[in-house]
Design a binder for this molecule. Structure first.
Ligand code: PHE
Length: 333
């Protein structure tokens, strides 16, 4: 009776334990065979009761083995054959980083008018970051960009702009040149909600015969219209050693109302980058004849544009990798 109760109560999830149970009760040398062998020696008046007991034990053990085996087979099948009624595992979908979203948009906009994409190293030498760009040693304009030096003499540094990529591109290609250089740049600046010690730029370069300032302005107007929708640009006279004349690019951009598509809420003029006609000295440094060719260059901040478009109030959010922030870009491109 105790054995029947034991057999009845047995349960397990493991195939091995079911098999051990089967051997113990139903195996060739198992308990049941032992009892059946003993049946002969049981006194006649007890035979009936003993026989019923071992038959009941046999049935209980056999049923147990059958149901347990069936249960295990079913759950295995459910796992391997994809039982469609089982609840799914949660899948969390990633989002593109806002910097990548905006960078890809800029690449698309310029590739439509024939610009390719060029890249270069983030660790630069002095020539490509400064000297070739018309900033000789001790030139005061080097102070404009507080630089992280990795090594001095010869100077190796973290690039302060992707103009360095344009120098490399001019050294290795002949005009006509139409290229944009997106990438991360570094400046030794105090970190705040508005500025960081690293950020992202896209610089553009166009070199051909008879390239004019009007071409530059039209290209930038095309870009801001594609990027921001209805917008105006303003070029404010400025100074960069590698361009002459030089200008800051301001964009006037408003939010359109959904009903009548009028710009209602102006954000005012916002600076998004710098530009100018490539200085003849820079062309010479890169083995391009300034008598034959001219060109324009510009640089815009990707972080700045991402902050404007997506109403991000603090530049530090862009590098903190807080999923609560990143998840908000799931529906963006
Ligand atoms: N390199 C400049 C900067 O980082 C931007 C610029 C690019 C200005 C090309 C003029 C022409 O500020």
């Amino acid at each position: 009776k105790e054995l029947i109760a034991e057999a009845d109560a047995f349960t397990t999830q493991s195939q091995e334990e079911v098999e051990a149970f089967r051997i113990k009760f139903l195996g060739k040398k198992g308990l049941l065979n032992t009892y059946f062998a003993e049946f002969r020696n049981v006194a006649n008046d007890q035979k009936k009761e003993f026989g019923q007991a071992i038959n009941q034990l046999k049935n209980t053990a056999q049923d147990k083995v059958n149901t347990l085996k069936e249960g295990l087979a079913n759950s295995e099948e459910a796992v391997s054959s994809g039982d469609l009624s089982r609840p799914g595992d949660p899948v969390s979908i990633g989002a593109r980083h806002p910097i990548s979203i905006v960078k890809n948009q800029i690449i698309d906009i310029f590739s439509n008018i024939g610009f390719n994409v060029s890249e270069g190293p983030e660790i630069e030498d002095d020539w490509h970051n400064f000297t070739a760009l018309n900033l000789p040693e001790y030139h005061p304009a080097r102070d404009m960009q507080d630089t992280f030096f990795i090594q001095t003499n010869p100077d190796i540094l973290l690039r302060t702009h992707t103009s360095s990529v344009q120098v490399r591109y001019m050294e290795n290609n002949v005009p006509p040149i139409r290229t944009i250089s997106p990438g991360r740049v570094y400046r030794n600046e105090a970190i705040s909600s508005r500025s960081h010690c690293f950020f992202h730029q896209v610089e553009g370069l166009y070199i051909d015969k008879d390239v004019s300032f009007a071409d530059l302005k039209q290209t930038l107007q095309y870009f801001t219209t594609e990027m921001f929708g209805k917008s105006k640009i303003r070029l404010r006279p400025s100074y960069f050693p590698f361009t002459e004349p030089s200008a800051e690019i301001d964009v006037y951009w408003g939010l359109e109302t959904e009903t009548d598509h009028k710009i209602t809420k102006g954000t005012g003029w916002l600076e998004i980058g710098g530009c100018g006609m490539v200085d003849p000295n820079v062309l010479k440094n890169c083995n391009i004849d300034p008598e034959e060719y001219s060109g324009f260059a510009f640089g815009v901040g990707i972080d700045r544009i991402a902050m404007l478009l997506h109403q991000i109030s603090d530049i530090r959010l862009l590098s903190e990798n807080d999923v609560r922030f990143l998840e908000q870009f799931k529906s963006a491109l």
